[in-house]
Design a protein around this ligand. Structure first.
Ligand SMILES: [Mg+2]
Length: 251
């Protein structure tokens, strides 16, 4: 998990450090094995397409949700008042914290990718989260863009790209914090992201406090991931350009 050497109380611009520079956590990675292998593969095999598909997990990838009753006494302040970033939401019996930078991440990513949500949560939960992430319905523009356990049901235990309408294995990337959630066939398209944990519950922290308890937050992870997506996209465009030049010379 990304850590801050100097915890700051809900920084106004969460991807900027105290000097106003874009800061990336030192532990940033997109794969547990090697740097970006699957991403590069998915891009290279799809070099003729203008827009790729990006499938996004919800919990611990774009946000963190827990039951209100799971809040520790030091997190109880989140039930009332307004959060400085206005990205904490109490919904019936649960509380959701969006990952820092997520709105901008979705906005920028939507210029390169067709966006999908894929959660093993139910349709009601998926709809609530989609509304928080995309209140203007700009990114998840149809019901087929939000895949929940009801849609996934017949496919069994694992998430599968077979449930994503309009995608095939050569034009889609997945962002998820849990590799084991996906079928083996789908894992070639997967970027494993660092788990986002804001609340204490089930964090497995014995001595450490949660971001919520510390009144701080993760800094820079989604901004760094966005830069990886952008850089790879530029490489893809360069590949396309070279292909066009090569075609014009030799054909
Ligand atoms: Mg997850």
């Amino acid at each position: 998990m990304a850590t801050l050497s100097q915890p700051t109380l809900f920084q106004e611009k969460e991807n900027l450090d105290l000097n106003g520079n874009l800061s990336f956590p030192s532990s940033f990675h997109v794969s547990n094995c090697s740097p970006y292998p699957n991403f590069a593969r998915a891009l290279s095999v799809n070099s003729n397409s203008r827009k790729l598909h990006l499938v996004l997990d919800l919990d611990h990838t774009l946000l963190h949700t827990t039951q209100l009753c799971n809040l520790t006494p030091e997190e109880d302040y989140l039930k009332i008042g307004t959060h400085p970033h206005r990205d904490v939401f109490v919904l019936e019996t649960v509380i959701t914290k969006l990952r820092p930078f997520v709105w901008r991440f979705l906005d920028e990513a939507s210029k390169m990718f067709e966006l999908y949500i894929y959660t093993k949560g139910n349709r009601y939960y998926a709809g609530l989260m989609a509304a928080l992430l995309d209140p203007r319905k700009e990114y998840f523009t149809s019901v087929s863009r939000v895949i929940s356990c009801e849609d996934h049901g017949i496919l069994g235990r694992y998430k599968s790209l077979d449930a994503v309408v309009g995608c095939n294995y050569s034009n889609v990337l997945i962002l998820d914090d849990t590799e084991e959630a996906w079928t083996k066939e789908s894992r070639d398209n997967l970027i494993v992201v660092e788990k986002y944990c804001f609340f204490r519950h089930k964090m497995g922290l014995v001595k450490c406090k949660s971001y919520a308890e510390l009144k701080t937050d993760e800094c820079g992870y989604l901004a760094a991931l966005l830069e990886v997506l952008k850089a790879s996209w530029k490489n893809l465009r360069l590949l396309e350009k070279r292909k066009r030049i090569s075609h014009s010379i030799f054909c």
